[in-house]
Design a protein around this ligand. Structure first.
Ligand SMILES: Cc1cc2nc3c(=O)[nH]c(=O)nc-3n(C[C@H](O)[C@H](O)[C@H](O)COP(=O)(O)O)c2cc1C
Length: 194
């Protein structure tokens, strides 16, 4: 069978079948790369330098965040860190990656800011916690961010991950898109003092 005969067999004769086939091909061409791009962003670790805020603070806090595709999670992490610094903490802030501090002995407070992805905690954060292994009974704040779809309660899943890693959940806050989200982050951090 030559290539033209094969093409004829593949390509339907009826108009409506052609339309369905063209639509399916178009959807695949658009959807598959889009889906791949989003999933890549979910698992992709971003390495960033450690920023220090209020270097003379009395106790040490470590804020680890997954930046995501937009500035949402980043802005929440920075607002949270700024408020902790105003409250007297010395704050180190960086993204969840293999370059983030793995020795947590010097910190008195850990803050994990992560987007819900596919109904679950962000993998770069859970991988980071796995790398640390033992949270040494440290006070831990969970900042869950997301688009607003949370039927499996991703925050509870994260709480359990922290507890299983020997951390103590001091506070857990959820911030969904919409409204003045930075003021919510600011408010959540405002009661946490060294
Ligand atoms: C692949 C993917 C899956 C997502 N799954 C959820 C989800 O299950 N629940 C939810 O509330 N938000 C979900 N979101 C939205 C993100 O949690 C939300 O946009 C968050 O702010 C992440 O920031 P970003 O959009 O800057 O990546 C998802 C986003 C992406 C890209």
């Amino acid at each position: 069978m030559d290539i033209n005969q094969r093409r004829k067999q593949f390509w339907p004769k009826k108009k409506w079948k052609k339309a369905v086939l063209v639509t399916l091909i178009a959807l695949m061409v658009v959807d598959v790369p889009t889906f791949a791009f989003f999933e890549y962003s979910v698992y992709n670790e971003t390495v960033s330098p450690i920023e220090v805020k209020n270097s003379t603070g009395t106790k040490n806090a470590l804020v680890i965040y997954h930046p995501g595709l937009t500035g949402f999670s980043h802005d929440i992490a920075y607002t949270f860190a700024d408020r902790l610094a105003c409250n007297g903490w010395r704050v180190e802030l960086t993204t969840a990656s293999s370059k983030a501090p793995s020795n947590i002995t010097q910190y008195d407070l850990l803050v994990f800011d992560w987007p819900i992805y596919d109904l679950s905690p962000g993998p770069t954060i859970t991988n980071y916690i796995q790398r640390i292994g033992d949270l040494q009974g440290k006070d831990t704040v969970i900042v869950t961010v997301g688009g607003g779809i949370n039927p499996l309660n991703a925050q509870d899943t994260m709480k359990q991950i922290i507890i299983d890693a020997n951390g103590v959940v001091k506070e857990a806050v959820t911030i969904f898109r919409g409204g003045n989200f930075t003021s919510k982050a600011d408010q959540a951090a405002s009661q946490i003092f060294p």
